[in-house]
Design a protein around this ligand. Structure first.
Ligand SMILES: [Zn+2]
Length: 247
């Protein structure tokens, strides 16, 4: 197995890797309730596992995952609810607003984008030319919004795992702890999914948006999403890299 994690590389190994393929991958995580059956770090775990596989195949370095990110927020006289604390359209089961167990990730969007700006500036300085960010939905969108600025200010191309993916059904992490995300974790880290945690009456199957995670998830579906995403993302990175080299 190739060394692809930025933090594990020796300086000369890093220089060589960036010379061969100047790409950095940024897993955008959360520590967030993803149903009773999934790990709190599901967002970052899915993107990191994708990026490690892509980097092993075409090169580049995988950054440590970020666990703070933006989300919708509702302040009820000092009690703050965010993200899936609040019942959303498309929720599998409806529920009362509540602070979901284990969630600890919320950060104001402007602050998050400033953090990303610092990361982009540092990566550009270290020789990176393309940055791929993906993970938690609102973080991925906030990252994508910096596209023009990244190009103009830092000379960086940025993209997400959605940039070149057209098949809605197979888009990576396109629900919240539903059949899409659950299947991905079953494919990349099967030991972290425990359906035994779901109560028989499904009363704890809340804070989930998407298709039924227990009934409609499978390793095969997760692998289908993973393979589709690797194929489209790798083609996208190679296309961008080609235009950079031709300059
Ligand atoms: Zn998620």
């Amino acid at each position: 197995m190739k060394k692809v994690l930025y933090e594990e590389l020796l300086p000369e190994e890093y220089v060589q890797k960036i010379k061969e393929m100047p790409v950095a991958y940024l897993p955008l995580g959360t520590l967030e309730w993803h149903g009773p059956h999934m790990p709190l770090g599901a967002d970052g775990i899915q993107s990191k596992e994708l990026f490690v596989r892509v980097a092993e195949k075409i090169g580049g370095v995988v950054l440590p995952m970020l666990f703070m990110g933006p989300d919708r927020v509702f302040d009820d006289w000092g009690t703050v609810f965010y993200g899936m604390d609040i019942n959303t359209e498309g929720a599998l089961n409806t529920y009362y607003a509540q602070q979901m167990k284990g969630s600890a990730y919320w950060m104001e969007k402007g602050l998050f984008q400033n953090l990303l700006r610092s990361i982009l500036a540092q990566l550009s300085r270290a020789g990176v030319r393309i940055v791929v960010g993906h993970g938690h939905g609102p973080s991925t969108n906030a990252f994508q919004e910096l596209k023009e600025e990244a190009e103009e200010k830092y000379g960086l191309r940025i993209m997400t795992a959605w940039t070149y993916a057209e098949d809605e059904r197979l888009k990576y992490q396109n629900d919240h702890a539903g059949a899409n995300e659950t299947s991905i974790v079953m494919a990349v880290r099967p030991e972290l999914v425990d359906f035994g945690q779901v109560k028989e009456d499904e009363s704890n199957l809340i804070g989930i948006a998407g298709r039924h995670p227990v009934r409609e998830s499978s390793v095969a579906f997760g692998n289908e999403i993973l393979e589709y995403t690797m194929k489209t993302l790798i083609a996208g990175i190679e296309k961008e890299y080609k235009t950079i080299r031709e300059r």
